[in-house]
Design a protein around this ligand. Sequence first.
Ligand SMILES: Nc1ncnc2c1ncn2[C@@H]1O[C@H](COP(=O)(O)OP(=O)(O)OP(=O)(O)O)[C@@H](O)[C@H]1O
Ligand SMILES: [Mg+2]
Length: 239
Amino acid sequence: MYFYSHKGYKIITGLDYQKALKLVNEVLQESYQIQHEYKNNKNCLVSKIKTGDFENIVLKIPRSRNSRIWERFLTLFRESDAFRIFGSLETVNNLGLNAPKPLLAAQKRSCGFVTDSFFLYDFIDGDTAGKDNINKVLEALQKLHSHGYIRSDPQLSNFLIKDNTVYFIDMRLKKPFVFKKIKFLMNLAKFVQAHNETGALLNAKITNSFIYKLSYFIQKIKTKKRNYRIKIKSILKGN
Ligand SMILES: Nc1ncnc2c1ncn2[C@@H]1O[C@H](COP(=O)(O)OP(=O)(O)OP(=O)(O)O)[C@@H](O)[C@H]1O
Ligand SMILES: [Mg+2]
């Protein structure tokens, strides 16, 4: 991987300098063709695009993370969402699991805070995982845990299926160093809580264990707390 600087952006990519700069300019000038728009709202942009040198790539701009005050503050101590997802896609691939190949990520800092970021990665010509794929997704998620990682937002819509293979998308990976077992099980429980039918597919040895029940409970409280926070915020905003 290489790091470049251009127009105030720090860039990470496997591309050579000229190609990387051309791609960044195309994104900044919006001089690309949109082939499909998956999401385009105040929170985020996810589009399949075609540029001079690349087709079948996806551009993601995490708009709300780029602009939220708290998220900006945290970037004093860590990289942008774009850089972190870029790294996570790479790690998943390096572990021998599947994720779209990351192409380039760029972030701009002002007074130490990230104020803009985006990233580009391969398009996967498959389908979003559905109920029929729960078993396969569960298997992939547990494989990730066996490599020592948990992923953010484990739910079916954040996995793609192509040729019967599971691809991880939309994630930041974390490698827990303490309370590992609980953290892996909480990640599993989060997936189960998003898709209730999954519980029945898990090995009874896991679901009957005290540590799983405890992890499930802690995760439930965490999710409830988060949902209340979102509700309160939206009430305060008058939505
Ligand atoms: N590399 C890709 N190949 C094919 N489709 C993709 C790819 N990346 C994203 N998509 C499609 O776009 C949808 C939205 O993408 P993603 O999950 O990254 O965004 P999001 O959930 O809206 O974002 P966030 O949770 O960060 O606000 C996915 O469910 C999938 O259908
Ligand atoms: Mg998603």
